[in-house]
Design a protein around this ligand. Sequence first.
Ligand SMILES: Nc1ncnc2c1ncn2[C@@H]1O[C@H](COP(=O)(O)OP(=O)(O)O)[C@@H](O)[C@H]1O
Ligand SMILES: [Mg+2]
Length: 267
Amino acid sequence: MESILEEIFGDVLIPRLYPQSFVAKTDINKIRDILLHGPPGTGKSLIARTVCDILNVNPKVIRGPEIFSSMLGQSEQNIRDLFEDARQDQRNFGSNSKLHVIVFDEIDAVCKNRTQSSSVRDTVHDNVTAQLLAEIDGMIYLDNILLIGTTNILEAIDPALLRSGRMEKVIKIELPDAAARSAIFDIHTKALIRNAALNEDVNINHIIRRTAGMTGAHMEQIVRLAVQAAMRRDILKRDKFDITEEEAEALEVCHRDFIEALSKITT
Ligand SMILES: Nc1ncnc2c1ncn2[C@@H]1O[C@H](COP(=O)(O)OP(=O)(O)O)[C@@H](O)[C@H]1O
Ligand SMILES: [Mg+2]
């Protein structure tokens, strides 16, 4: 994931970090859209959040189908409204406008592959997809906008979104290899290590081997389940329900807790 963040940083973020009035004087091409695709749990939403943190922007986030309204025509209006602030800022402030980030998490819910939809044509979906495509086409006039889409299945997206460079940067997120899983494991055990709560008997290499084919989300879940297993073990041993702070401080997550956690993971 670091390499992906590096790629985004170089191509997408750097031109956004400089004062835009300066960038306007250069010929730098600013990327306006990123599409992240890959299996669930590989960190796509996490990347979108990280990008916004680096840019120090509060994004508008649309999760899955939440843009849809039961009122006729309102769903299309909702899409238009999303882009309206950026349009107004561009009109009012030109190259001094602040950056607007719109995140469509699981964009396939909004921009469905119409050829794959059911035999009953869903007009609302079609209208919303058409509206979003029109907004994206209109973004060519906007310098102050970055759209980030994520999807678990590239094929579920309307091919029109992928055609003719509408998404300027399409990035595939792969399942993490052993080194990446190890790095993710380190991230999620950092707090345990800092608090001296990770027993020395934990065989990280074994855990990394046992998690082949799993995602970052699985790694996080394994650590969480291992902590729970350790707590349960501790409570049973102490045979009481009120644990003092001192007793809690003594808690250590051991290798067998990770083994128990691994046995509970379903992929
Ligand atoms: N590369 C990673 N590094 C650290 N944690 C990760 C990574 N990938 C996934 N995770 C963990 O899994 C959780 C879920 O990931 P998420 O970004 O929601 O996946 P996706 O959007 O691809 O389904 C994250 O909040 C994080 O805790
Ligand atoms: Mg996600």
